[in-house]
Design a protein around this ligand. Sequence first.
Ligand SMILES: *Cc1c(COP(=O)(O)O)cnc(C)c1O
Length: 454
Amino acid sequence: MTDLTRLQQADKAHFIHPFTDSKSLGEKGTRVIERAEGVYIWDVQGKKLLDGMAGLWCVNVGYGRQSIVDAVSKQMQQLPYYNSFFQCTHPPAIELAKTIAELAPKHMNTVFFTGSGSESNDTNLRMVRRYWDLKGQPNKKTIISRHNAYHGSTVAGASLGGMSGMHEQGDLPIPKIVHIAQPYWYQEGGDLTPEAFGLQAAQALETEILALGEDNVAAFIAEPFQGAGGVIIPPSTYWPEIKRILAKYDILLILDEVISGFGRTGHWFAAEYFDLQPDLISIAKGMTSGYVPMGGVIIADRVADVIKQQCGEFTHGYTYSGHPVAAAAALENINIIKQEKLVEKVGAEIAPYFQQALQQLAEHPLVGEVRGLGLVGAIELVQNKAKRQRYPSNIGVGTWCRDACIAHGLVMRSVGDTMIISPPLVITKAQIDELIEKALLALNDTYTQCLALK
Ligand SMILES: *Cc1c(COP(=O)(O)O)cnc(C)c1O
């Protein structure tokens, strides 16, 4: 029995994978990834792949960073674990909170640590509801989110998210979470211009607030651009209108920056990119570049002051909140981003190059739209460009394209028939050229398959 066969058999027998159809996976077998360096990963058979997704949107500084390994190793020797409950803490968590406060928008100076992005949004839910209790408005409890949003997979995370497939499993959403339209012009914009559609999608928030009664609404939660939903970038009119509405009705903004944080837009946070003043920011993923799990919530002074001064005991926290080893990884990860000026480099040089390179694919007969910002991008695969018409969803053209990418040595993810890309921030121009070249070969193969359908 080869090593791969043995691993695949054990995998099939003992391991239920996240977001996976176990039955069909068992039939096809898993791809087993064994090592990684820079922007590349290798499977156990030695096949090399350019990782166009930075793992799951998280390996911002790339793989193989010895200085993170060293920082983690040193921390494990000195203090592998201690908690921040009961009047205790430890240097790495303190240093990390201070470091993140310095990087965050000016009005945000406090951090609550979690173990993941999902936990961060659970924390958000409890914190905003507690905030409004303390402000003497106990009815302000409902959180408004959007269809096709992704906010994680715990009960609160999946409820806040707007993925119908997730709501169907586990009787979600939980009460007092409602969803409005998403600003997905390409799919849902009809005959409207993107600008008119963006305004319309934003005004759905005002309609919902009025329907619920402003005294019952605690917060609006949103990703600056939707990630897992298909790299959906709101039209330029969207965020300014949302800002106007939130201010008018005094509703908190929870900005889920689990993907967009730590450099992906060419800013430390997308709040800067979109000129937003969130009350809470969810972070995870790029916070440690995925080397060790960690998440958190960055809290605006307005909310933090109330929680600190009036809450009494905030009866919430995780055993691993601010875990010293994760904090050490995060500190060194942030140190790398600063030392190598990755945020500045992405903003001034790499993102513009990436976006321009991506546009080369727009001419392809299978491609209806290419969009992106910073170091994320999406490619819409369509049957009819002018009508923005997709292939029937049961065909799975996106899956064909994803498989073709793998065959050509590129990891690109599909969301339905939308291909999405989010490479490590350390990707070079030559590696971007390689990514586009491989993507083009995969698009050609997929198009050949599509032509054979007729
Ligand atoms: C990945 C993600 C989450 C969930 O993070 P986990 O660490 O998987 O719990 C939450 N929000 C957004 C926007 C994400 O992309």
